[in-house]
Design a binder for this molecule. Structure first.
Ligand code: TYM
Length: 301
């Protein structure tokens, strides 16, 4: 079974971009792969932070994964979904776990390029001839992973500027939909979001980035195809579209929010998931590290 790994930083609140660009795809992929989904807390300390807040955000993020449908209860021995709380940096996150694919948004593409280069270099330097003869398999120390970037949702844009990315770090909360935003907050953000003065809504018009972004979001949360949305909205005014996308967002996020509250009120369950995930991840990481030490000529610790 091929493996996928991915993660989100526990900084700020998880928003629609994180969800549509990454988490939603994990859920769609998880039945077909062996999976490791982590909360990359070590990445979150590269900027000044408060220790108490980091621990809280890490647990919150875990609860959001579960609320979105990350599945930890699969009985099949080949399938295991894990959450891990003591991460290392991105390339090592990926390479340690011998991942085949990494489902992420477009902004992570260059990090994946670096990860691939590092893996290839280590394999070339330390993997030996055997690895080369086998065309990159068998004797390789690290798997060379590929990004899996979704056809829609890979770059969700800000609600207040269709040319910049929706982001956790933007000071304006109006610019993003957070997964835990209440109905009223969502309705208000959509009411105030940036649009344009044309009538009739369309995808892929470079002069109408806000229009493309809102249609894409609507497509993803409503579960419709791009063609269906293009047809449904081609003659629509913003005045009729806004209630439509608002309802679709609320309907999509409501069950996630209900589940989040349930999970947060059961701390034993949440801590259990984290501990099991960490144990499973450690096992895979130890095997890789042992290989690396051996291949590089270090004595076994
Ligand atoms: P982070 O925490 O910034 O974002 C988590 C995931 O959300 C995606 N994303 C978006 N997708 C679409 N539109 C957006 N506006 C948007 N904003 C964020 C990101 O592409 C990402 O998939 N370095 C990573 C975390 C990381 C990681 C890893 C990921 C650390 N180690 C190993 C995969 C594998 C980061 O900062 O993501």
């Amino acid at each position: 079974r091929k493996r996928i790994v991915s993660g989100v930083q526990p900084t700020g609140s998880i928003h629609l971009g994180n969800y549509l660009g990454a988490i939603k795809n994990w859920i769609e992929l998880q039945n077909s792969y062996d999976t490791l989904f982590f909360i990359v807390d070590l990445h979150a300390i590269t900027l000044p932070y408060e220790t108490q807040q980091l621990a809280k955000s890490t647990r919150d993020t875990a609860a959001i994964y579960l609320a979105c449908g990350v599945d930890t209860s699969k009985g099949d021995e080949n399938v295991s979904v894990s959450l891990l709380t003591y991460p290392v940096l991105m390339a090592s996150d990926i390479l340690l776990y011998q991942s085949d694919f990494v489902p992420v948004g477009e902004d992570q593409k260059q990090h994946l390029e670096l990860t691939r280069e590092l893996a290839e270099r280590v394999n070339y330097l330390y993997g030996g001839r055997k690895w080369k003869k086998l065309g990159g398999r068998g004797g390789a120390i690290f798997k060379v992973p590929e990004p899996l970037i979704p056809p829609a949702g890979a770059r969700v844009m800000s609600l207040t500027d269709g040319l910049s990315k929706m982001s956790k770090s933007s000071p304006s909360d109006q610019s993003r939909i957070n997964l835990l935003d209440s109905k009223d907050v969502i309705a208000n953000k959509i009411k105030r979001c940036k649009t344009d003065s044309s009538t009739g809504l369309e995808f892929d018009n470079p002069d109408r980035p806000e229009c493309n972004n809102l249609l894409s979001i609507y497509q993803l949360v409503s579960g419709k195809t791009k063609e269906e949305v293009a047809k449904e909205c081609q003659d629509m005014s913003w005045g009729s579209f806004k209630p439509l996308i608002t309802d679709a967002l609320i309907d999509h996020l409501h069950p996630i929010q209900v589940r989040y509250e349930e999970i947060m009120s059961d701390s034993a369950y949440l801590d259990g998931v984290l501990a099991e995930g960490a144990a499973r991840a450690t096992e895979i990481a130890d095997a890789t590290l042992n290989n690396v030490y051996q291949a590089m000529g270090f004595l076994r610790r």
